[in-house]
Design a protein around this ligand. Sequence first.
Ligand code: C5P
Length: 205
Amino acid sequence: MRFTIAIDGPAAAGKGTISRAVATAFKFQHLDTGLLYRAVGRRVLDGVPAIIAASTLRLRDIARNDLRTPEVSEAASKVAVNKDVRAALVQFQRDFAEREGGAVLDGRDIGTVICPGAEVKLFVTASDTARAHRRWLELRDAGHDVSEAVVLGDVRIRDTRDAERAEAPMVAADDAHVLDTSDMSIDEAVAAAVEIVRARMEKQT
Ligand code: C5P
């Protein structure tokens, strides 16, 4: 069975947690496409030209454990503006989406550009202050010494860059279910997402 779930949205809206939980609930494979851009950004910081980094990306590059830092977030959103970088990453994502057994992909342009025919599209969002607070807690727990105000500033800069770029900007697909998680617990957000997917799967069978 092929069944693709596209989950898009801004930084720290909860789409990673929701995607993993939905993948587990339906026994689908999950791809966090942000990791592809993070891995390219990381290699650019290491001195590799962006297009070379994107066109030679290997699985081991996205398995690195140094991709979640604020420095790499910033580098990822800068390389993500580059049309040739994005083009080099399209096929890998589409092949993943088409795999037997079902796939969940999360990112910024999955429902609009990578998988416009996805069976389910979700756009997971939340207020920028709620998202910055969550990201700050994550960073603090991971041992980063950073203020919440700085994290909010970074989130806003990244949102603007992601939403206003010419190539594959972050935007909800017309047929996406928009899930605003500002006032939801993570369990409530996961339950809402699982319910949307379940309802769509029932129509299929
Ligand atoms: O989702 P995450 O925060 O890890 O993504 C890092 C950056 O990668 C985003 O800010 C965005 O610029 C870029 N990205 C993208 N398209 C995707 C996934 C991520 O442009 N599908």
